[in-house]
Ligand binder design. Structure first.
Ligand SMILES: [Zn+2]
Length: 351
């Protein structure tokens, strides 16, 4: 996982084009459902009072969801259908999200598009959530965070294995375990969970037990052992100042399945690849200076150097996979005697 700097909500049709009018009944009902001290929806009050006001697709869907989910009695009315959530599937929106996440999964940082479709993932589950206390699955609780189904800040680009639940194996763990996020959304204090569109979401942010790469810096919670051969490719929770492993790190690894066997193997492969390219690059530099000092033709070495340097740099581009892990490997490469002998720095080679 890598920190993502999410830009503000994009100016795309679903968020900007006001094409939807709301019925008088819906507007009247919504005015009763928006509390006077509501933080996020107060701006809608005057708009709902104006019968000529039009709404965007995202707003319409959100308001319909509030109208249904804010009253749990609605779940029990026979024949009353829950409104469907479709705005997050909008093509233009999907394209924006893909770009923000550099074509990589928000959780495992892998490039998976060659072999699989992507899921648009809701960080906070929209219809119902699984409290996942003590990393144990529980019965789903309704409603979920229904007012965030079309919210730009709640949507991530994810691979299917991180987003859905599957029984998978992990190194050093016996048997298959249900891994993947699905509706799991654990927080440290269940009584403080935000359950309504009228409450301020910010009050929940310090008690979340999983990492949102658009908010947290995953590097504060994860560590990749690069010196112990048997553990290369595995991610562990970082030990924090209190000498305990990061709880957020531990739970995120378990919930997203960040140590599923095939992912660990792929990460290890990417690490070996980076190491071999880096060593090839140093060799080409060494061969160049040897020939130069001997007064020999260096054109072949210059070509090799250019090629290896471009490959090395491409492996560290923001669109490349497993960047946190690879950055940690680079820290280790700094100790290579060949690098020091040549008087070079990793930063210099990446320029
Ligand atoms: Zn993933």
């Amino acid at each position: 996982m890598i920190k993502i700097n999410r830009p503000e909500t994009p100016n795309i049709n679903i968020y900007t084009e006001k094409t939807k009018s709301l019925s008088l009944e819906l507007r009247t009902n919504l005015l009763k459902l928006i509390a006077e001290d509501a933080v996020h929806f107060q701006g809608f009050v005057s708009r709902l009072e104006d019968e000529n006001e039009m709404f965007t697709k995202a707003e319409e869907e959100t308001l319909e969801a509030i109208n249904y989910y804010a009253d749990p009695a609605n779940f029990k009315v026979e024949g009353k259908k829950a409104p469907s959530f479709t705005v997050y599937k909008d093509k233009e929106l999907k394209e924006k999200i893909r770009t923000v996440f550099n074509d990589k999964c928000a959780y495992c940082d892998s490039k998976f598009l060659a072999n699989s479709n992507a899921d648009i993932e809701h960080f906070r589950p929209k219809k119902a959530f699984n409290p996942f206390r003590d990393a144990v699955d529980e019965k789903l609780i309704e409603p979920g965070y229904y007012w965030l189904a079309a919210d730009w800040h709640n949507l991530l680009w994810s691979c299917i294995l991180c987003n859905r639940k599957s029984n998978l194996d992990q190194p050093n763990v016996e048997g298959l375990k249900p891994l993947g996020k699905k509706n799991r959304f654990p927080i440290a204090e269940e009584t403080k969970r935000i359950r309504s569109h009228n409450q301020d979401l910010d009050t929940e942010k310090d008690i979340l037990l999983i990492i949102d790469p658009c908010v947290d810096d995953p590097d504060d919670h994860f560590v990749f052992p690069v010196n112990e051969e048997k553990d290369v490719g595995i991610v562990k929770a970082k030990v924090l100042d209190d000498n305990k492993p990061s709880k957020k790190g531990e739970i995120s690894i378990a919930l997203y399945g960040l140590n599923r066997t095939k992912l660990v193997a792929d990460r290890m492969e990417a690490g070996l690849d980076l190491k071999s390219i880096f060593m090839g690059l140093l060799d080409s530099i060494e061969a160049f200076s040897r020939k130069k000092n001997a007064g020999e033709d260096t054109s072949e070495e210059i070509e090799k150097f250019k090629f290896q340097k471009a490959r090395f740099q491409s492996k560290m581009k923001e669109t490349s996979d497993y960047l946190s892990f690879k950055k940690m490997l680079l820290e280790d490469f700094k100790n290579f005697s060949q690098l020091q002998r040549l008087g070079l720095t990793i930063e210099g080679l990446l320029k």
